[in-house]
Design a protein around this ligand. Structure first.
Ligand code: SF4
Length: 349
């Protein structure tokens, strides 16, 4: 990793303002002076900055690339820079490391976890496997590297149904960790030997059936975009399938699909069922459309821990570094690779 002279970054006083607290690093505004310093430090460090769609607008705007986790991991693997700064949550930075083991991968705050990924540990998965010998394990990409290493095939919400359908009908399937995606897959495949782990994302609670039905009644002309590449919207995916919103106005879309649909849409208003950070990209793509969150409380506190102060600290100190032990990475890479080979995996969350 390129070593920086720390004194080089403190001249303008920004670094001295960084404060560490329980919610993350604060004290620095994401203004133009900050953005210029971030760009300068990234060049000095020979780093590329990747930002997930759910990041704060200032982080998205200063990044080299914005996208979903899988697209960003692929960009990381192809990048010429030796250091990847991954502005997202920890399992995403791990996935980038799994796919680019030779690169230095940094996350601006390693405390940025994911409640869905945390809802199953490797020990819990191993115990579940022991109860069902011979079962095929399918895991959503929102899982730790250790869980991926115990998984046969990873999936995204775009290809979860196809992944499960590719498994011989007489084999038991263990599906984790997202119970809403699992219920959706069970309904679509009609499979009775599919066991679903009872995990969930804390943000999904902000998107429930009553709320969706209310929104449909009070916005009779609005379209509904559901972005299921995230635990926060898999409940909307499930509820839309149950008829909580008129089917002809529902579009289930990946990140790229959502941006394309926004540009092509003639709707005056679009309701969006996903984490609120996605609205920034949509409003940029189609400024003429009124995009509203189905629930504006659907904000991921972990994603928002990647603050301007955290990114500055990351580039100055070369921290926090993400590491995955080589054997775990090898096994995890195999399950991610199988996911990429089946159907249209889309981009992950
Ligand atoms: S929105 Fe939910 S699933 Fe997505 S990163 Fe945050 S906690 Fe995890």
């Amino acid at each position: 990793m390129t070593v920086l002279d720390r004194a080089d970054a403190v001249d303008n006083g920004l670094v001295a303002r960084i404060t560490d607290g329980p919610g993350g690093y604060t004290g620095v505004n994401g203004d133009e002076e900050w953005a210029a310093e971030i760009r300068r430090l990234a060049t000095l460090r020979n780093a590329t900055i990747l930002a997930h769609n759910y990041q704060l607008p200032a982080i998205q705007d200063v990044a080299d690339h914005v996208g979903d986790s899988l697209a960003l991991s692929r960009i990381a693997a192809e990048a010429a820079e030796e250091t990847i700064v991954f502005c997202g949550v920890h399992f995403m930075a791990e996935t980038a490391k799994i796919l680019s083991p030779e690169k230095t991968v940094l996350i601006p705050d390693q405390r940025a976890g994911c409640s869905l990924a945390d809802s199953i540990t490797a020990e819990e998965l191993q115990a579940w496997k022991d109860e069902h010998p011979g079962a095929v394990v399918v895991s959503y990409v929102n899982t730790t590297a250790a869980v991926k290493a115990l998984t046969d095939i990873c999936c995204t919400s775009s290809n979860a149904v196809e992944v499960v359908a590719s498994i011989p009908a007489d084999r038991e399937v263990l599906f984790c960790p997202d119970q809403f995606l699992g219920a959706h897959v069970r309904r679509m495949t009609g499979r009775t030997n599919l066991h679903v782990w009872a995990g969930e994302c804390h943000v999904h609670a902000g998107i429930n059936g009553d709320e969706l039905a209310d929104q449909a009644r009070s916005h009779p002309d609005a379209e509904l975009f559901v972005h299921p590449e995230c635990g926060c919207a898999t409940s909307a995916l499930y509820l839309a399938g149950e008829g909580a919103y008129p089917a002809d106005r529902v579009k289930i879309l990946s990140t790229g699909g959502m941006l394309d649909a926004a540009k092509a849409s003639h709707a005056k208003q679009v309701l969006v069922a996903t984490e609120v950070g996605m609205l920034h990209q949509l409003r940029r793509a189609a400024p003429g459309i009124d995009f509203q969150a189905v629930n504006d409380r659907a904000s991921c506190k972990y994603m928002k821990m990647i603050t301007p102060a955290a990114l500055l600290r990351c580039l100055v100190d070369g921290a926090d570094e993400v590491d995955v032990d080589p054997e775990t990475a090898r096994l995890a890479r195999a399950s991610v690779q199988r996911m990429i080979e089946i159907g249209q995996p889309g981009g992950g969350e």
